[in-house]
Design a binder for this molecule. Structure first.
Ligand SMILES: Cc1cc2nc3c(=O)[nH]c(=O)nc-3n(C[C@H](O)[C@H](O)[C@H](O)COP(=O)(O)OP(=O)(O)OC[C@H]3O[C@@H](n4cnc5c(N)ncnc54)[C@H](O)[C@@H]3O)c2cc1C
Length: 386
């Protein structure tokens, strides 16, 4: 095992904070730089699947995390007409939780472990010999640098690590709206559901996110300029989803549109996940479209896996090799299969229903979609069964 040293981390998102906790728990001194003045401000929801609950359990914060979210009992897939094509129990992805709640708890856990988190601090460069450069020109020396600076990472570019950056043809806009008494009554009567409706090349996904909020994503093609305009045009979306008028009206009325913007999905692939003393983690290394709800899951699994590998191996270079060999194949599997799932949007309507139903009738396909959710993350092997 290499002796612990000092780590500098760029980005206080899911990946950066879990890596910080993992390293600090193993004796490292850690400083995390977050370019925003406050930690993750958005309340958008996130799907928490079994692999992520295991990571939270390994960090000792699972109960607190779940206390702020909602347990979802089933996922209903609908045609644009409102007809339910498939209804599945959400066995492996049972929770929807606000990002803000998760990031705040991770940050608190990191600070308890001794991690220093500096907000309003942008890392503009990192070098393979373990230096980072801050926006004001300050240079910090570390034994280990983690670039967890998200999908538009500037550090992976400055290290020359990008192998492929694919801008997908589609993207989405996320919002949070208040949960009404009638939503709560419906959930109490029929069970909490995540609703995913597909029509032409548009998709609406919504579900409760907390006792008082509903989380919504609208996805469409980049070239569908009228659908991706914000604030959302109710009439345009109602053409595709005629039975969802009331929900669309609420979205138009209750969303804080200053907080929302349509983002184009991307897939990122790197030549290597590390160079010298720098590891690249999370969306910065392996962003993926969100259809399988596993981007943050992989950021967190790989953050914990990184700390475990650094602890296990004799030196940093062997640790980074071990880490990439262990974690990369599953991450790339999920990148591939999230594209397959998302490709439903491109199918003609008659084929969409078949494709959606295939998840129930072709166990092999369902196994590809759920492989990450079923995975026992590195560092979670000794946990009791969840
Ligand atoms: C519409 C949509 C829905 C999604 N739904 C899900 C889901 O349900 N489940 C799921 O697991 N994933 C989901 N994802 C994916 C998930 O959001 C990402 O995979 C996840 O946020 C990646 O975590 P990260 O830590 O790598 O990056 P981020 O969460 O983006 O964190 C990066 C941090 O680095 C900071 N930063 C950036 N540059 C610098 C710099 N130069 N210096 C210092 N700090 C910097 C940023 O401010 C940010 O705080 C979704 C994504 C989208 C677009």
């Amino acid at each position: 095992m290499a002796p612990p040293g000092h780590a500098e981390i760029a980005g206080a998102g899911f990946g950066g904070l879990v890596a910080a906790i993992g390293l600090a728990d193993r004796g490292w001194t850690v400083r995390v730089h977050e370019r925003r003045d406050v930690l993750h401000a958005e309340g958008y929801g996130i799907a928490i699947q079994d692999n992520m609950t295991r990571v939270f359990a390994a960090l000792g914060i699972l109960d607190e995390i779940l206390a702020g979210g909602m347990e979802i009992e089933r996922r209903d897939s609908l045609k644009g007409t409102g007809k339910v094509v498939l209804s599945l129990k959400t066995g492996l992805g049972r929770y929807r939780i606000s990002r803000r709640h998760i990031v705040n708890l991770l940050a608190r856990r990191a600070q308890k472990a001794g991690v220093e988190i500096v907000t309003g601090s942008t890392v503009v460069d990192a070098t393979p010999d373990g230096h980072i450069v801050l926006e004001g020109g300050e240079i910090c020396q570390a034994d280990f640098v983690v670039a967890a600076d998200g999908i538009n990472s500037s550090l992976r570019g400055s290290l020359g690590m990008t192998a492929r950056r694919v801008w997908q043809k589609e993207g989405g806009v996320r919002m949070v709206i208040p949960r009404l008494p009638e939503d709560i009554a419906t959930d109490a009567r029929d069970g909490t559901a995540m609703i995913e409706a597909w029509s032409n090349k548009r998709r609406i996904l919504y579900c409760p996110n907390s006792p008082s909020e509903v989380y919504v994503i609208l996805t469409c093609m980049e070239r569908d300029t009228i659908a991706r305009a914000t604030p959302v045009d109710v009439a345009v979306w109602q053409q595709s989803f005629p039975t969802m008028g009331p929900l669309l009206e609420r979205i138009a009325r209750d969303t804080d549109w200053d907080e929302c913007r349509w983002v184009r999905f991307q897939t990122i692939r790197l030549k290597r996940w590390s160079r010298g003393r720098v590891a690249i983690l999370g969306d910065a290394a392996h962003a993926m479209p969100p259809y399988l709800g596993q981007g943050a899951g992989h950021a967190m699994m790989n953050g914990l896996g990184l700390a475990v590998a650094v602890d296990e191996a004799g030196d940093l270079a062997s640790a980074l090799d071990l880490w990439e060999r262990r974690e990369r194949p599953l991450t790339e599997h999920t990148q591939r299969w999230t594209r397959v799932y998302g490709a439903t949007i491109f199918l003609p309507e008659w084929l969409k229903s078949l494709a959606i139903n295939a998840e129930k009738h072709v166990p092999w396909l369902a196994a590809q979609y759920s492989r990450a959710a079923k995975h026992l993350p590195t560092g979670c092997e000794t946990l009791p069964d969840l």
